[in-house]
Write a protein that binds this ligand. Structure first.
Ligand code: FCB
Length: 459
């Protein structure tokens, strides 16, 4: 197609794809890797669909060179991947395992050889099990160990990697990991969840400091802010429900990260559930507020809430029972049951730009799981629903940039079908199909569509 594409993106817009270590690497026992909480959790009966584990996953650990060649073929400018902490420090502390670092060293060089910019996430949920045995993110020391680990990785890769992300979606780590137990380590305790929120943020702040000390160029964090809307715009009760959920998922992270400290209403809510709050110490908020260069946004679907005294609440938002009703998605949904609403992404970006100005944004994840049942004559997945999802969300991104939102790039979730946490392999998010029996990769129609978008820099 010609340069007269209807919608053109800014010249240096970053187009890419994202993955995470436990979801694709496999090689769970190779080269000295220690066990992570996801190894333990996936082996616990009833936790992951059909007992699936990440033992083999996409075998990316052994097939990374072919995977990078595929990324190059698709024209990706950037690739966001995460580092498995238990490959670098099998016990979470102590000596570094050089073979673990060697893997990411090879991956980095292969990406750079192909002109693909590596974007690193230091923590995408695979905490070393040894640290969990000592309380995991409910133990303050984990934050300090995380900073040591961050410094060790930067020491090896910092000469080639420019963009560093500390955590992926600490909301999930804390509330799904320690609150409702849907994710590893499977703890169900509201107090533990709030303690984990704080220690994750502290770990982020300490890691930013360590990365800066080691000379990192661009440092950020990736959140999954809720795009939370009232069932009824004119209802004061619904507005209060929005405020509560916004506090628990958005402001509890964004305010301290941007230097405003924890919001008073959120602290009051936490104090009602964790009494006394002992984990917050003098000076912590200053550490958490270490300046960042980039805020990564993962967006999939909006959240609609109503304020109701008999509301069931949501187990992932501690203390919302008896106050909030989370409404089921209306309209079309993905295979996850998540509402498909691109306008929500536009609203979210506007809100972030307005309330947290001066912070460059990047979409670090966006995409859809679909059943992928239809194939074309060449045997490729004909995933028109995924293309429509991506197209709609990219249009929302383009419009937001037009309104002045400082949005630097878009990374599709995900490059490959992969281990979708508690859902195992039954949910497919990839633009590239993976046959788990043969490990054969086949770009879906959406991959070819995305390739075109990238080459035209537009839609
Ligand atoms: C996000 C995770 C990512 C993936 C998508 C579907 O919450 O960061 O690993 O599982 O959801």
């Amino acid at each position: 197609m010609s340069a007269s594409s209807e919608l053109r993106f800014p010249d240096n817009f970053v187009w890419g794809a994202a993955t995470a270590s436990y979801q694709i690497e496999g090689a769970a026992r190779d080269d000295g890797r220690g066990p992570s909480i996801w190894d333990t959790f996936s082996r616990t009966p009833g936790k992951v669909f059909a007992g699936h584990t990440g033992d083999v996953a996409c075998d990316h650990y052994h097939r990374y060179a072919d995977d990078v060649a595929l990324m190059a073929e698709l024209g990706l400018k950037a690739y966001r991947f995460s580092i498995a902490w238990p490959r670098i420090q099998p016990d979470g502390t102590g000596p570094v395992e050089p073979r673990g670092l060697d893997f990411y060293d090879r991956l980095t060089d292969t990406l750079l050889d192909r002109g693909i910019d590596p974007i690193v996430t230091l923590y995408h949920w695979d905490l070393p099990q040894t640290l969990q045995d000592r309380g995991g993110w409910t133990n303050r020391e984990t934050a300090e160990h995380f900073a040591t680990y961050a410094g060790a990785v930067h020491g090896r890769l910092g000469d080639r990697i420019r963009t560093w992300t500390t955590l992926n979606e600490p909301w999930c780590s804390a509330y799904l990991g320690y609150g409702n137990g849907v994710h590893a380590p499977g703890v169900r305790d509201a107090g533990a969840a709030f303690t984990a929120v704080h220690h994750l943020l502290l770990g982020h702040g300490l890691a930013v400091r360590a990365l800066r000390a080691s000379g990192a160029e661009a440092v950020g964090i990736t959140l999954n802010p809720a795009e939370v809307q009232p069932a009824d715009r004119d209802s004061a009760a619904d507005a209060a429900a929005v405020r509560l959920v916004d506090g628990l998922q958005n402001r509890i992270f964004l305010d301290p990260l941007t230097g405003a400290g924890y919001p008073a209403d959120v602290l009051e809510h936490v104090a009602r559930m964790v009494d006394p709050v002992t984990f917050l110490r003098d000076g912590d908020e200053k550490l958490i507020a270490a300046p960042i260069d980039l805020l990564g946004i993962n967006y999939y679907a909006p959240t609609y809430v109503a304020g109701r005294p008999d509301g069931a609440g949501g187990s992932a938002w501690p203390g919302t029972e008896g106050a909030v009703e989370f409404l089921p998605a209306a309209g079309s949904v993905s295979d996850m049951g998540w509402a498909i609403e691109p306008a929500g992404l536009g609203r979210l970006l506007d809100r972030l730009a307005a309330d947290y100005p001066g912070l460059p944004l990047m979409i670090t994840e966006n995409g859809g799981a679909f059943p992928d049942r239809t194939t074309d004559s060449a045997g490729r997945v004909a995933d028109a629903d995924r293309i429509a999802y991506l197209d709609g969300h990219l249009r929302a991104v383009h419009a937001a940039i037009g309104r002045g939102v400082d949005l630097r790039g878009y990374l599709v979730w995900s490059l490959l079908d992969n281990f979708e946490w508690a859902e195992g392999y039954r949910k497919r998010f990839g633009i590239v199909h993976v046959d788990y029996l043969t490990q054969r990769r086949t770009p879906k129609a959406s991959a070819r569509w995305y390739q075109e978008v990238i080459s035209r820099n537009g839609l």
